[in-house]
Design a protein around this ligand. Sequence first.
Ligand code: PGA
Length: 251
Amino acid sequence: MRKKIIAGNWKMYKTTREAVQLAENLKKSLVNIKNTIVVLCPPFTSLFSVGQAIKNSTIKLGAQNIYYEKEGAYTGEISPLMIKDVGCQFVIIGHSERRKYFNETDAIINKKIKTALNFGLTPIFCVGETLDQREKGIAESTVISQVEKGLMDMNEEDVLKLVIAYEPVWAIGTGKTATPDVADGMHSVIRKSLSKLYSSDLSNNISILYGGSVKPDNIDALMSQENIDGALVGGASLDSAGFSRIVQFKK
Ligand code: PGA
C-alpha cells in the first residue's frame, strides 16, 4: 500500500508567530487523522517553533530546501544536519521555484537528494514541465529526464525511501490545476519510467504527489485517481480551514 501524504509548502510566507498560530490550529483540527501523513514545511526561521507546536501530534515537519554538505563555509546555507536537529523528517528538493530563481540543476538536485537520504530525511523530489515545454509537446520527455537525472546513480533501496511530487510549473500559483486525468496520466508516465529504471515493484510502491493549485474544491477529484497518492499544497496550505479540508479529502 502506498502512503497517502498531504504536504503544505508555506514558501516564503509567515513570521514565526503566524506560523505557530497556523500550526496550532491545524494540530487541533487534524487530531483524528490516521491514514494520511500530514507534513508542514514552514520557512527555516519557523521550523523549530512549529516543531514545538506540533509536538505530541501526528503532524510531521519538513523543510523547503537544504544544502548538500553537512557543514562548512557556505554562507547563507542550511544543512541536512541542522534541519534534522530541529525535528524535520521531510525535505522538499528541486521545487520548480528553486530550479527557476536559484538555478538549481538536475545535478545539484541529485546531490541534495542523496545527502538528504544519508541523513535519514525523506526527500519530496519535485519534477514538472513548464507551459512552453507542454506546448512544444515535450512535457513527458522533460519530466522523465528530470526523474532520471535527479535519481542518477541511486539504488532501488534508496529510491524507495523518497516521495516524488509532480508539479506542472504552469499550474503552480496560477489557479490552473492540471485536470485529474492529465495529472494521473503524468503520474503513470513517471511510474513507467521508474519501472524501467528500477522495477515494477518499486514503481508500484512509491508515493507520487500532485502539486499545482490544489484547493479544497479539487482535492477529491485528484485523490480519486489511481496514480495520485497525495498533494503538495502551496497557497491553500496557508489557511487552516482550507488545508484541513484538503487533508480530509474524500475519495
Ligand atoms: P500552489 O503551489 O498550490 O500555490 O500552486 C504548489 C507548490 O508550489 O508546491
